[in-house]
Design a protein around this ligand. Structure first.
Ligand code: IYR
Length: 227
C-alpha cells in the first residue's frame, strides 16, 4: 500500500553567529581528539551510555528511512570470549594466508596482528548488522517476501559514524574492528541470515598504559575542493 506523505513543523535550533562559531569549534576540537583504541581497561561502563549512543545511531538518516540496522550489545564475558576466539581464528588465517602482501604493507604502520584481546577486555562489544532487506510475511499467501532496503551500505555507514561520535563525546573509547569473514557473528549471536555483520566495536575506557600509533590526517587542502 502506498503511504501518503504527512508533515509537521520542523523543530530546529537557530543559533546566533557566535553560538554557531563556538559550537563548530567545540565539536571540531572534541572530534579531532578521537582515536581508535586497542588497549582497553576492563572498568565497567554504564549500559545507559551505550543505549544513548545507539539511540543517536538509530536517528541517522537512512535510505527511505528504512533504518536497515540492528545493534547487538555483548557484555556477557562468556559470549565475549567466544567471539574473541572465533575472531582470532579468522584473523590468524587472514594475516597468515588470506591478506595480500600489499594489504599487510598498508597496515604495517598500525602494528595490528591477529590477536584481539580487546574483544574480551572491553566491557561492551557492539556488533552492527546491516539488513539489505526486510523479511515480511505476505498477509495473503502467508509466504515470506523480501522488501529491499535502499542504500543500506551508506545508511549503516552513516549510523556507525553517529555511534562513534556519540560514544567518544560520552568519554568512551572505541575500535572499529572488521574481522574477515564476519559470518561467525551471525551464527554466534543467533541473528537471521539476512542480517550481515558490518562492524564489531569494542567500547570502554582506554587502559592507562594505552598507546596509539603515530598517524597524521590529511589537511583540509588535501580533502576539500571549493568552487
Ligand atoms: N581486520 C584486520 C586487519 C585490519 C584491516 C584494516 I583495512 C585495518 O584498518 C586494520 C586492521 C584486523 O582487525 O586486524
Amino acid at each position: 500500500m502506498v503511504q501518503q506523505a504527512q508533515y509537521h513543523p520542523l523543530d530546529f535550533d537557530y543559533l546566533s553567529a557566535d553560538e554557531q562559531e563556538n559550537a563548530s569549534v567545540d565539536f571540531m576540537n572534541k572530534m579531532l581528539k578521537r582515536r581508535t583504541v586497542r588497549d582497553f581497561s576492563s572498568d565497567p561502563v554504564p549500559i545507559e551510555l551505550v543505549e544513548n549512543a545507539i539511540r543517536v545511531a538509530g536517528s541517522a538518516p537512512s535510505g527511505a528511512n528504512q533504518q536497515p540496522w540492528t545493534f547487538v550489545v555483548i557484555s556477557d564475558p562468556n559470549l565475549k570470549r567466544k567471539i574473541r576466539e572465533a575472531a582470532e581464528a579468522e584473523e590468524k588465517e587472514s594475516y597468515e594466508r588470506r591478506m595480500s602482501q600489499q594489504w599487510l604493507d598498508a597496515l604495517s604502520h598500525l602494528g595490528t596482528d591477529w590477536q584481539k584481546p580487546h574483544i574480551e577486555e572491553a566491557p561492551h562489544i557492539i556488533v552492527v548488522f546491516r539488513k539489505p532487506y526486510e523479511l515480511e510475511i505476505d498477509p495473503e499467501s502467508g509466504e515470506g517476501i523480501k522488501v529491499k532496503h535502499y542504500y543500506s551500505e551508506e545508511s549503516v555507514g552513516i549510523a556507525v559514524g553517529f555511534l562513534l561520535a556519540a560514544l567518544h563525546l560520552s568519554g568512551l573509547a572505541t575500535l572499529t574492528h572488521t574481522p574477515s569473514p564476519m559470518k561467525f557473528l551471525t551464527e554466534i549471536l543467533g541473528r537471521p541470515s539476512h542480517e550481515r555483520p558490518f562492524v564489531l566495536i569494542p567500547v570502554g575506557y582506554p587502559a592507562e598504559s594505552a598507546q596509539v600509533p603515530v598517524i597524521t590526517k590529511k589537511s583540509l587542502d588535501e580533502i576539500m575542493i571549493h568552487f
